[in-house]
Design a protein around this ligand. Structure first.
Ligand code: EPU
Length: 337
């Protein structure tokens, strides 16, 4: 066990924000995780996964525990399905590619999402008509207070749009150690109706797509809209798409005829925050080292050495402007720390 001091977290957060971890440890086994949690000299801990859903605004005084638990195991399989357990520190996209290489279907629409396996359930990652919950079976998480492992079933996780029990009442209480997925081995159910997937498949001249083709189409679409965090720091969608009442939506439509909306229930409509931000004129705006991405207004970017606090201020300005113009409150999707 080696605790390091004054380590820059720049390589460990996809926004590329340069803040210091006053003390840092890479965790490579559950045993080590339990040992570190038993150390009395570090009462405050900070759990770091893939660093893809956070905006760091200051140095971290707490002990940063970087979860690097690796390994993928096939737990069981029959002719049609396979149960796979992936440890929390596996990179999400590499795990998706591993599944595709084995012809295991279910995660292809979630290709190229930044982050790690262990943090994916926290916000129920989703893209192109699929969410993590659709293939999720269970996860094992260490209860920090008692250092015991608890298994969370899909029901226990109470998944919702970019939400789960780990962002609500169990927030900060558990460390997810591994996740089990149920994937198909044949007769894969393809989800190609969302947005531009079918258009992209036509461009690729593919009539009968495989799961690999769907993944390739998703990768192409994401690359065209979303900046690569290795080149331009970002955290994917900075905001969640707000859900408003149908009444409020119809009222807005009187002034903004082209406002898009997707019904989520009889009385509620989800409005793309990207559209609201674009309408306010922020899309593509650059303020020195940071700004709003050119191709997708939901994504805030760090062009160089931006400070987390600058990006936070920009996000507040956007929220304020949208409230003024549309009377809609948009919530950050990323965790601001
Ligand atoms: N739109 C604009 N301008 C923009 C962006 C979007 O007008 O700059 C409008 C358009 O009307 C477009 C609609 O928003 O048709 C939807 O856009 P898109 O398909 O790009 O999806 P999104 O709602 O903006 C969500 C997720 C993304 C995910 C895509 C595809 C959230 C907060 N974001 O974005 O997730 O990749 O759908 O499924 O739900 C992420 O969470 O980090 C992320 C990138």
């Amino acid at each position: 066990m080696q605790i390091k001091h004054n380590i820059s977290l720049k390589p460990y957060n996809t926004f590329g924000i340069d803040v210091l971890a006053k003390q840092y440890i890479s965790i490579e086994s559950i045993e080590e995780l339990k040992q570190v949690l038993s150390l009395n000299e570090y009462p405050d801990i900070f759990i770091l996964g893939g660093g893809s859903n956070m905006l760091l605004t200051k140095d971290i005084e707490a002990l940063v525990m970087h979860i690097n638990l690796k390994g993928i195991t096939i737990l069981s399989e029959d002719e049609d399905f396979v149960l796979i357990k992936a440890n929390a520190g596996e990179n999400w996209h590499e795990f998706v590619l591993w599944c595709l290489n084995n012809n295991f279907g279910g995660l292809e629409n979630l290709s190229l999402i930044p982050g790690n396996v262990g943090t994916a359930p926290i916000q129920n990652i989703g893209a192109y008509g699929i969410e993590l919950k659709d293939s999720f079976v269970s996860c094992n998480a260490l209860h920090i207070a008692t250092k015991t492992i608890r298994t969370f079933t899909k029901e226990d996780c109470r998944f919702d749009y970019r939400n789960s029990v780990f962002k609500q009442e169990e927030k900060g209480k558990y460390i997810i150690c591994n996740v089990t997925f149920k994937l198909s081995k044949k007769n894969h159910t393809l989800h190609t109706s969302y947005g531009s997937i079918s258009d992209q498949l036509s461009v690729m001249k593919i009539e009968c797509p495989t799961i690999q083709d769907v993944s390739n189409a998703v990768i192409k679409i994401r690359q065209s809209k979303l900046p690569d965090p290795k080149k331009i720091g970002n955290s994917g969608s900075f905001f969640k798409n707000p859900i408003i009442t149908k009444k409020a939506y119809l009222k807005l439509k009187e002034n903004f005829q082209d406002i898009p909306g997707y019904p989520v229930s009889e009385t509620e409509i989800k409005v793309p925050a990207g559209w609201l931000i674009e309408k306010t004129g922020f899309k593509g705006k650059q303020f020195g080292t940071y700004g709003v991405h050119k191709a997708q207004a939901l994504v805030l970017v760090n062009y160089g050495n931006a400070k987390g606090s600058d990006i936070l201020e920009l996000s507040k300005l956007i929220q304020h402007t949208i409230k003024l113009i549309f009377n809609i409150s948009i919530e950050a999707e990323v965790n601001v720390l």
